[in-house]
Design a binder for this molecule. Sequence first.
Ligand code: SF4
Length: 369
Amino acid sequence: MKVDIDILSFRSSLLRWFRRSARPLPWRNTYDPYHVWLSEVMLQQTQMERGVTYFNRWLLRFPDIESVAEATSSEILKYWEGLGYYARGRNLHKAAQLLMVKYNGELPRNYDELLQLPGIGPYTAAAVASIAFNQDIPVVDANVERVFARLFDIDRPLKGKGVHAGIVNMAEKLLPSGEARKFNQALMDLGGLICTPRNPDCAVCPVASHCEAYQGNFVEDRPIKKAKQPLIEIEMATGLLLHQGHIFIQQRHDNDIWGGLWEFPGGRLKSEESPEKAVKREYREETGFTVEICSKVTTVVHFYTKYRVILHCFRCRLNQESNLPDLKAAQAYHWVKEDQLDHYGFPAGHRKYIDYVRQTCPHILTSEC
Ligand code: SF4
């Protein structure tokens, strides 16, 4: 992959456009390294508008690294709830604690030191080093990959072997010394605003005269698309257990997929198993409780990574004297009042279940069946 364009002209066209059109994003007000780091972590796998909402809400509660370090992991996950990929929140928390001990609550400027922090890989280290500290390091996210595939007619899928490294190498050649902060963000904004995945607005693109795909009239064919993998459907079941005015919730182990989050017990249906039987079995296996199913409440559908999850949601009651669980699949439990549910972070499916109940049948959070 070669950079075969007039580099000086490309840089000045792009930077001129960025001066006029940069998105007014909140972390661009001060380029505080904590803000830049937080934005980069939150925006991975998250749409910009949603990321900005979470970013602003987060800063109201955690204005600096020290406040993140001092929070409980439960509170961190509560503020992360709905963003998904919860390891990001857990790593941010661990990194903040390490920064307090090792760097006096500040982020190091050095790329290699940034890489040592939990949750910071080559992409985030490059983004923080260049955007917060203006170091001459290229940043290549999905937007930049797409722009380069079109600009330089990359005729291989972006996930193909060596393609990302090749694009980083090209971005390094284009980067003007001393202007990494603006240049990297200009490329990212170009991909986010103009060179979009569908219907790129080439007519107003500041670098159209350099773009091979546009000049050759094959923009639609770049990037090369890989065949989409079909979603894998899985069926799960869960039960809301109310006993003496309190709802049972348990906290998943830290090393689980949704580690640290809270949930109603439940799990995946076994072959030929009904959702009702699955809830009773899961309660028995995970908590030792014997429960009776009172009624089906709803079915929630949600998506994560390559899965489409159908979650059957029930209402149940305790069919034994003791309310003390023998936890087998969780690290902690609470019996909570209905209005305390919002103090805990839940995975998307369970939160949808709670929202559904609140909107359509709130009595089942307070009256036993
Ligand atoms: S001309 Fe079109 S395809 Fe090429 S970089 Fe600009 S927006 Fe993307």
